[in-house]
Design a binder for this molecule. Structure first.
Ligand SMILES: [Zn+2]
Length: 152
């Protein structure tokens, strides 16, 4: 589907080497409007809001921050490891948001499954409903993420 000129500009910002070395679209051949629409639809089908997901991700990240890079067990359910990097990253959605460079790696203690996200992922999910394109290194599938976090 055709997208607005505004989304065109944002999608250009998401190409590798513009705001981040790897970009945000990966190998996805869809345009940004279609990527956003598909993930919004997937969330609607499972009845979970982007806010609920972002809140839970932030809760886990906040829990891991005092560990300073050491794995922190949480409720016998997760093991959380947070790495802080110097500096901040601009959000590609042109909202003047700058987000701390931080990565959270979480392992489910029952299944061993690992997922990871950045503070920018949390911001983009909460504010823009954006989970990145297929093949992008920080792509998060909304349904897998909901299951992983124990929301469904
Ligand atoms: Zn933003």
């Amino acid at each position: 589907m055709k997208q607005s000129p505004e989304l065109e500009v944002i999608q250009t910002n998401m190409m590798p080497g513009t705001l981040s070395a790897h970009g945000f679209i990966g190998e996805d051949s869809r345009n940004l409007a279609d990527i956003l629409r598909a993930d919004a639809k997937a969330l609607k089908q499972i009845g979970i809001s982007q806010m609920t997901l972002a809140d839970k991700m932030q809760e886990l990240t906040n829990f891991g921050i005092p560990g300073l890079g050491r794995p922190m067990p949480m409720n016998n359910r997760f093991e959380i490891e947070v790495e802080d990097y110097m500096g901040r990253l601009p959000c590609p959605f042109q909202d003047n948001a700058k987000v701390d460079k931080r990565q959270t790696r979480v392992r489910r203690l029952d299944t061993g499954v690992i997922m990871r996200w950045t503070d920018l992922n949390i911001h983009m999910i909460r504010e823009h409903g954006f989970f990145e394109g297929h093949g992008s290194i920080y792509r998060l599938d909304p349904v897998e993420l909901s299951r992983f976090l124990g929301i469904i």
